[in-house]
Write a protein that binds this ligand. Structure first.
Ligand code: KIV
Ligand code: ZN
Length: 509
């Protein structure tokens, strides 16, 4: 593929920095494997020096990913570059991504450095990183608000020092497509060694233009786009990977370039990220929103029946979204279940499969029609389940609009102990149940977020609950699915607690 645009995914670095999107090591690894399947050219696994947890995740991702290049971010400082190189040691295709700000405001107020010092530091640090690895990316932070003449000088210097990709970030999402095109053209025309490096762009979405700015840059000569799944990222987020890729795919006639992305993995990648972070995309979100392929109005439906292309510019199948069909019933056996899960692209180990099958049987007993969406909700987190330090054994709720609610909660610990507590509350079954769990676990958590959604339509739909709990200053996600929304809420709360305990065990917090 000669004329292809490299897709640099930074979901696990810039994306993970956004509020409520933090992931534990298992979750990052699972996401990294899915990004590899999706076919991203480069995945930024983290910022190795930022914390021991970041270092560990860059290291494990570097070790396990076999197709994509794996990058670690590093400020233009020797200690950062040393940490990045160390974490990337076992990567098949390592990339060190070093950066320094080049705008007057960042140099003066944040770095307290003169432009000459920044130029010198950038050059020296690229040279320093080059001794560790051949693939070096240099980013000029806040490039879109930098003096273009200074930017040209910096880019020329770092390319001569060995940078193989030069990245032009619109760090604060300030630029417009026209202005950005002029900047990229200026770089092409005024950086003498530009042909020795790939031009990359990295756009934030503060004014809603991240994707438009990234795509405009392609026409001006950019050959790498940095983006995140579902557009997660600092503040209003980064350019959304699925939007960038499907634009390039659907409008090859205007962009004239290809990507190496397997677009059929887009839907699954988006779902996996939402289920890990508990952050769902808005229903009308382009490409992966619930309504992105729904045709409601009679006129549209009529057109679609006559010829799909009347209202459909790309097919749901092209992003791996198959029709929500009725798939299995209570008589389906383990083989049929396994075949279906595999055909949906999920790879579960034996234990996860057994657990998912048991849950499927329970569900099939209660729900007449089990669809693709039901199965997705059941299995999509199975591979990343953390150890069950606490497990729900049973609960009984006594509730009504004229009585105080009572929740009788029984949990099993990892070592097989049975714990039981009864709590009454004026605030309903979920409050009573969460208080009972707090007592059993011996801690009081702050409930930061609680979101409940129906997996499908119908009064017998499964309820899917995502919660976020806070302990000290860290937030943990939990996820639960059940036809009974109180049970789904309890399962989500316990899963968040298990996530916290896993984090404490892994990272000694
Ligand atoms: O937005 C930004 O400038 C960044 C750089 C570190 C690439 O994320
Ligand atoms: Zn960024």
């Amino acid at each position: 593929m000669a004329n292809f645009v490299r897709i640099f995914d930074t979901t696990l670095r810039d994306g993970e920095q956004s509020p409520g999107c933090s992931m534990n090591l298992k979750e990052k690894l699972e996401m990294a494997n899915q990004l590899d399947k999706l076919g991203v050219d480069i995945m930024e696994a983290g910022f190795a020096i930022a914390s021991p947890g970041d270092f560990a995740s860059v290291k494990s991702i570097a070790k396990s990913i076999k197709n994509s290049s794996v990058a670690s971010l590093a400020r233009a400082l020797t200690k950062d570059i040393d940490a990045a190189a160390e974490a990337l040691k076992e990567a098949k295709f390592p990339r060190i991504h070093t950066f320094i700000a080049t705008s007057d405001i960042h140099m003066a107020y944040k770095l307290k450095m003169t432009p000459d010092q920044v130029l010198q530091q950038a050059k020296e640090m690229v040279k320093y990183a080059k001794k560790y690895c051949s693939d070096i990316e240099f980013s000029a932070e806040d490039a879109s608000r930098s003096n273009p003449e200074f930017l040209y000088k910096v880019f020329e210097a770092v390319i001569q020092a060995g940078a193989t990709t030069i990245n032009v970030p619109d760090t604060v999402g300030y630029t417009s497509p026209e202005e950005f095109v002029a900047l990229i053209r200026g770089i092409k025309q005024n950086v003498p060694s530009i042909d020795k490096a790939i031009i990359s762009v990295h756009c934030h979405n503060d004014l809603g233009l991240a994707v438009a700015n990234s795509l405009a840059a392609i026409g001006a000569g950019a050959m790498q786009i940095e983006c995140t799944v579902n557009g997660i990222g600092e503040r209003a987020g980064n350019a959304a990977l699925e939007e960038v890729v499907m634009n390039l795919n659907t409008r090859k006639d205007i962009y004239g370039v290809e990507t190496r992305i397997n677009t059929k993995e887009i839907y699954k990648t988006s779902k996996l990220l939402s289920s890990i972070t508990g952050v769902r995309v808005q229903p009308n979100k382009a490409i992966v929103g619930e309504n992105a392929f729904a045709h409601e109005s009679g006129i549209h439906q009529h057109g679609m029946l006559a010829n799909k292309e009347t209202y459909e510019i790309m097919t749901p199948e092209s992003i791996g979204l198959n029709e929500n069909k009725l798939v299995l019933g209570k008589h389906s056996g383990r083989h049929a279940f396994e075949d279906k899960i595999v055909s949906m692209g999920y790879e579960l180990d034996e234990d996860a499969l057994t657990k998912a099958f048991e849950e499927f049987k329970v569900l099939a007993d209660k729900k007449k029609e089990i669809t693709d969406r039901d199965l997705e909700a059941l299995v999509c987190r199975k591979v990343i389940q953390v150890p069950e330090y606490y497990k729900l054994d049973r609960f009984v709720i006594n509730s009504g609009n004229t009585i105080t609610t009572t929740s009788c909660m029984r949990l099993l610990t990892k070592t097989g102990h049975v714990l039981e507590e009864v709590v009454s509350s004026y605030d309903g079954p979920i409050d009573a149940s969460y208080k009972a769990i707090d007592r059993l676990v011996g801690k009081k958590f702050i409930l930061e977020d609680f979101v409940i959604n129906a997996v499908t339509g119908g009064t017998d739909a499964q309820g899917e609950v995502n919660v976020k709990i806070k302990n000290k200053d860290r937030v943990y996600n939990g996820h639960g699915v059940s036809m009974d929304i109180v049970e789904a809420s309890i399962l989500a709360y316990i899963s968040a607690i298990n996530s916290m305990l896993y984090d404490q065990e892994e990272n000694g917090r």
